[in-house]
Design a protein around this ligand. Structure first.
Ligand SMILES: [Cu+2]
Length: 427
């Protein structure tokens, strides 16, 4: 269970969820190939879906119309400033083939993507007409917590608004990040309600000139548990099945030509779920992990994505076919949670092969922009131990207290942190 869980204990009982996890684990044996196919069949588009989504959402194969993946709304930086407004308000929104009565950004379950370059300024106006006091955490950004910056101790009360003004440092690495509610004890539910969005720091492909024109897709993995009231449940049960979406859509398609290279920027914006992603054994090439460019393109056939994690990959399929982005069943340890397998989206490889296919992997031009810290002598070394009791999660045997300072670090120091997980589950 991730940090969001740890700080939202008021909403969920660890004991109850652990007991359920064991039960659930026993109840869900590994899926057979037939079962996997049934998942796909369940999500075949119906006449009702067509009405709901609008015809423009459907792919170019008239025999098998399916909703194409739609990008979330987007705000781009202009003249060095990315200026956006997110309005949290409770309303009925479309979430896949269901509706959800929820407090989310701008009437969409998936919030707007904010795009800017290192060195720009982000001005994010947050209007809180939601159900909780809130705030925004800019996940993975190396920015100041001061003044109108990235502080999880900021509180935007219900009925108020607040504008974050954040200078993005020149050393912020290009890649995919996200922003989400992080107010203590309600962040888990707010994230599941949809108080999240994606951040792109531009320039991720600057070191790969041959790839500068490849088609890009933002792929937001997000999920919820819905109660009888039509809202996100009050008591989230971590191991219970959740309704999983990709950019507000259920099992959408992406079209790709044989031999074409496309760029998938995948963010796990869920509260708890781990994904264990694959394309049915097809290779893909990783260019970024959690906003850090990889030194070289890394070939992979499977990638585990914890809650909050991101991965950016190049895909190419040489033969026509339907290649499903799939997550396998995953269990986070004897004391952890179990998540079922599911198909998330389909890359439909069709049409004429591209004339001059781009070779993969590409060799990057110039050095990796990340500093190599492996040879730096640390100024301070700390050991951080994660543990669990029957009732709570702890770091160095202490439960979170927002009024206490646990680690005081000096600006500019090089620190070595040894992180030890003594619990019986992934963290
Ligand atoms: Cu976060």
């Amino acid at each position: 269970m991730k940090h969001l869980t740890a700080i939202a204990l008021a909403l969920t009982s660890t004991l109850a969820s652990t007991a359920w996890a064991q039960l659930y684990d026993k109840a869900t044996p590994a899926r057979t190939a037939q079962a996997e196919e049934n998942i796909a069949d369940d999500t075949t588009v119906t006449a009702k879906d067509k009405q709901m989504f609008g015809l423009s959402w459907f792919g170019s194969d008239p025999e098998n119309p399916r909703p194409l993946l739609q990008a979330p709304a987007e705000v781009r930086s202009e003249n060095g400033v990315c200026k956006a407004t997110v309005h949290i308000r409770k309303q009925v929104v479309q979430a896949g083939d269901q509706t959800l009565n929820t407090s989310c950004f701008n009437g969409r379950y998936t919030g707007p993507t904010l795009r800017f370059r290192a060195g720009d300024t982000l001005e994010l106006n947050v209007i809180n007409d939601g159900e909780y006091n809130t705030n925004i955490h800019f996940h993975g950004m190396q920015v100041s917590p001061d003044d109108y910056g990235d502080s999880v101790f900021t509180i935007i009360p219900m009925g108020h608004e607040y504008t974050y003004r954040i200078k993005i440092p020149e050393y912020q690495q290009p890649g995919i990040y996200w922003y989400h509610a992080h107010s203590h004890q309600t962040s888990q539910r707010q994230v599941m309600q949809g108080v999240t969005g994606t951040i792109i720091v531009e320039g991720a492909l600057d070191r790969y000139p041959a790839l500068k024109d490849v088609k890009e897709h933002i792929v937001v993995l997000h999920d919820y548990q819905k109660g009888l009231s039509g809202e996100v449940v009050l008591g989230i049960q971590i191991s219970w099945p959740t309704y999983r979406l990709v950019n507000d859509q259920k099992f959408p398609d992406i079209e790709i030509k044989p031999g074409e290279v496309q760029f998938l920027r995948i963010a796990n914006e869920s509260t708890n779920i781990y994904y264990n992603l694959d394309f049915g054994g097809e290779k893909f090439w990783v260019v970024g992990v959690d906003g850090n460019p990889t030194v070289q393109m890394t070939e992979a056939t499977r990638w585990a994505l914890g809650a909050g994690a991101r991965v950016e990959v190049m895909v190419r399929f040489d033969k026509p076919g339907r290649y499903k982005l799939h997550t396998s069943e995953i269990r986070t340890g004897p004391n952890g949670d179990g998540y079922s397998a599911e198909n998330l989206l389909t890359m439909v490889c069709m049409g004429d092969p591209v004339a001059n296919p781009i070779a993969l992997p590409q060799t990057p031009v110039g050095p990796c922009p990340l500093d190599d810290l492996s040879k730096v002598t640390p100024d301070v070394t700390r050991t951080i131990v994660f543990s669990e009791t029957a009732n709570d999660f702890r770091i160095n045997n202490r439960y979170f207290d927002g009024t206490r300072i646990d680690q005081l670090v000096r600006y500019g120091d090089n620190e070595k942190w040894i992180v030890r997980n003594s619990s019986d589950e992934l963290h």
